[in-house]
Design a binder for this molecule. Sequence first.
Ligand SMILES: *Cc1c(COP(=O)(O)O)cnc(C)c1O
Length: 400
Amino acid sequence: MSLANGRPYLAIPGPSVVPDRVLAAMHRPSPNIYGDDIHDMARSIFKDLLRIAGSTAHVAIYVTNGHGTWEAAIANLFSRGDKALLAVTGHFGRGWAEWARRMGVDVETVEFGGGAAIDATRIEEVLAADRSHRIRAVMMTHVDTASTVRNDIKAVRAAIDAARHPALLAVDAIASLGCEEILFDEWGIDVLIAASQKGLMLPPGLGFVWVSDKALETSRNAGLCTPYWDWKPRVLDDQFYRYFAGTAPTHHLFGLREALTMILDEEGLASVWRRHRVLAGAIWAAFETWGRGGDIALSVADRASRAHSVTGARIGAGGAARLRQWLESTAGVTLGIGLGMAQPGEPTYDDFLRVAHMGHVNAHMTLGALAAMEAGMRALAIPHGSGALDAAAAALVAEA
Ligand SMILES: *Cc1c(COP(=O)(O)O)cnc(C)c1O
């Protein structure tokens, strides 16, 4: 029997849940893109995008997804043959490195595996050995959405400074912006990328790139830069059509305006970060309890290196895939697949899942998803420790 009818809950790490208010804001006739109203709204959006990242520098909006922002960052920073250092903590770091390689960048990767954060001392060593300063940028993911590891951006900046190296710091915050603390100026970030469909609670379709003055300067000599990806007119021009290299993504902008108001002016950024942290803590408590009576474990052992926006876990003997299937067909909850944790054909391929808790997610959605998971484990006779829902509730109350 299915109990899935009712409002479905898509708990995959993007696209995330889109608030009805954001959808309603998009439901309107096309605006005149030559009129003042949309120009004024766009200006307010650029201002708020700087606020949400703690930046006083520049921000560009692209009509693209996260992969497009990868390409934007690479195109504006490098010429063919330039060197990049990529600190990899999962599938998405590997993907960004591959993108840069395919564009002709000489990429050196430092791998930290799929369950641990970047060790900044390793980055410092590599930079210190680069005496001729060939490495133009250190690139990293803040939250790797596949491993669900969260990296310490400040520590990587400190490593660059300690090595007295001029490399820029470029950060993929696609899975964390709007969910976790990010302070662009204070943490010394030069390039930060994000996309609309995760913490910003919009449909996919917009990509964002924050750019420091130093990165802007570097881009003046970037040989890989092409007209569409060039961030200079997008951040410097006062011609409205140049912000978007053509027609503005009008309805996404209406949605974004609403989402930024909800995050910055109504709930407040600090409260948004706190909500994500508390909900994450409830999910960790549940998995830790389940793990005491079964082959179940969180993907990231160190609490301090766990993302607040998405949680990966392993349920042995293919339990993760069976549970996901049951949840979608019987309970109306869709969890994320275990991206990049095992390759298709490997015996452990079906042992991983991810629970997203990014964006428009509250206590009852999180506790409801956990309760549905517990029901699924019972239905499928997946061995698990008892008391997980109590533990989740207790963690939530203690933190909140
Ligand atoms: C989702 C995600 C991407 C890819 O974004 P797309 O919009 O799917 O292209 C890249 N990096 C991270 C960290 C992500 O979470």
